[in-house]
Ligand binder design. Structure first.
Ligand code: ASP
Ligand code: MG
Length: 425
């Protein structure tokens, strides 16, 4: 069995869906499990629908959802050459509309509603693609991942329970006579059957977990890139292609904010020694890059990763307790409660400074620290630059700037926190 994953950008149009068919159709033998994201920017659009819904603006939410339907119907009409929208898809539209028009949301259930609504992006995309492949002679089995991935109840950021999911997913495969499976990225369900999502960009993680459960021979993420580069070409003018990376390189890269793969993707693959390929969607002949346990060619270029939308948070116990000796566990428990993701830490005697991802709960976090006897100061609108394997020129270029608020340096890695937009890359 092999696992392929296609992201939203790849399947944003009818042409993209046809190209997906062209990539998969000669790879089915031996079993192929295809994980697909929502089409184009559908997840963002559904997040907008959710915001309106949560504000009680049901009519506006339905209107915004109608635009999402329209976008998909255009793709459907191209793929199915004007035939009516398949019933499986109108059923999904109706389900989501029913949620939007009949429920009265309460704010505490925000994350639950998020998952109930935003998951329709993947349900719709996979249904369209599965129907299209079947209609064009590429037989496949549509898998409802809500019935195969059992997750915890951490809505919006759920984790898959591998043990119970193994039983369900394996059974789904064993009972089907097909060799090609089409399943949603990004979604699962609690043991009680409530839909969950796995965190933005979580489809990579879905593919990795699927591969791990099925003991797949490999995972391939098809993307609009030639492979893995040493920096994001949208930010850095000069980039280089890296043909091979180790799991260790990849997990560090992904965690520091490189947009190639979701950070949670690597662990399940490393644990089972399954190689991960990143290959260009537009050129199925090209090799792309591979991530695996051992590589033949060590990486010999510095890797630059910029993580935006950071907050630099300084937390200090008001009673002058030593932060590392007495308050460490408490601080992290509190951050964990609000799902705050920490990217860098620096401590002094009585204070701790952290670069964290911006969060909608920032004000509540600060209030909660105040309530527990801490002083808190923060700067938002920060960015974190990580340079792995730096050389003198990069060091000089990037650490010179006045707007550096914090810098850390080891023999191989430099990390710099500065005001967003204050450096030219
Ligand atoms: N559709 C989801 C998102 O946009 C999941 C994914 O694409 O991986 O975040
Ligand atoms: Mg995506």
């Amino acid at each position: 069995m092999k696992v392929f994953k296609f992201g939203g950008a790849s399947v944003k149009s009818a042409e993209g869906v046809r190209n997906l068919k062209y990539i998969v159709e000669d790879q089915i033998e031996g079993g192929l499990f295809v994980i697909i994201s929502a089409m184009g920017k559908t997840t963002n659009a559904l997040e907008n629908v959710l915001e309106l819904f949560m504000k009680g603006e049901s009519t506006a939410a339905l209107a915004a959802f109608a635009e999402i339907e329209q976008y998909h119907n255009t793709i459907i009409s191209d793929l199915f050459e004007g035939k009516p929208v398949p019933a499986t898809i109108t059923r999904l539209y109706n389900e989501c509309r029913t949620i939007l028009s009949s429920s009265k949301p309460i704010a505490e259930d925000y994350e639950k509603w998020y998952d109930a609504i935003v998951s329709y992006g993947e349900l719709i995309s996979t249904t369209i693609i599965s129907e299209y492949l079947n209609a064009s002679g590429v037989r496949n089995h549509w898998v409802d991942m809500r019935k195969c991935f059992i997750t915890d109840a951490r809505f919006k950021y759920a984790n898959v329970d591998i043990e119970s999911s193994t039983v369900l997913l394996s059974k789904e495969i064993a009972e089907s006579k097909e060799q090609l499976f089409i399943g949603q990225g990004f979604i699962g369900a609690t043991i009680g059957g409530q839909t969950t999502t796995l965190g933005r960009e979580g489809s990579d993680y879905s593919a990795a977990v699927t591969a791990s459960i099925l003991d797949a021979e490999s995972v391939t993420i098809w993307k609009d890139v030639v492979g893995i580069l040493n920096a994001d070409p949208k930010i850095f003018p000069e980039t280089e292609y890296i043909p091979e990376l180790t799991y260790l390189d990849a997990i560090e890269l992904a965690y520091s904010g490189a947009q190639i793969i979701h950070p949670k993707t690597i662990k399940p693959l490393q644990n089972k020694n399954i190689p991960l390929y990143v290959r260009p969607f537009g050129d199925k002949q090209a090799p792309g890059s591979v991530i695996k346990a051992e590589i033949d060619r060590p990486i010999d270029v510095p890797i630059l990763i910029l993580k935006r939308n950071q907050v630099l948070l300084t937390i200090r116990p008001a009673d002058f307790s030593f932060v590392l000796e007495e308050r460490l566990a408490q601080i992290f428990t509190m951050l964990e409660e609000f799902n705050i993701k920490t990217n860098l830490i620096q401590t002094s005697a009585v204070s701790m400074t952290l670069a964290v991802d911006h969060s909608r709960y920032l004000d509540e976090v600060v209030a909660s620290f105040h309530a527990k006897g801490f002083h808190v100061a923060y700067n938002d609108g920060m960015e974190l630059l990580t340079i792995r394997g730096y050389r003198t020129p990069q060091l000089e270029k990037y650490s010179r700037n006045d707007n550096v608020y914090l810098a850390q340096r080891t023999r191989r890695i430099v990390r710099i926190v500065r005001k967003e937009g204050s450096a030219i890359y």
